[in-house]
Design a protein around this ligand. Sequence first.
Ligand code: ZN
Length: 66
Amino acid sequence: MEELRTRLFDRMRFYRKQCPYCKHYFWTLNKDQESCGDQPCTPYLFIGNPPGKFRPESIRMLGRGS
Ligand SMILES: [Zn+2]
């Protein structure tokens, strides 16, 4: 099914790229994107979020439900 999925993404104009940091393959609509977009490969500012908006500490606090 990998081939079918590849054709589907290709038709949607996604670009298949390999992250230079974690070596994982990923899909992106932005042909200039270089890393997979996941931490720690991509600093927050590279994905368009203001620094401090999605701090790991904040996410952990949300998970705690307090
Ligand atoms: Zn990566």
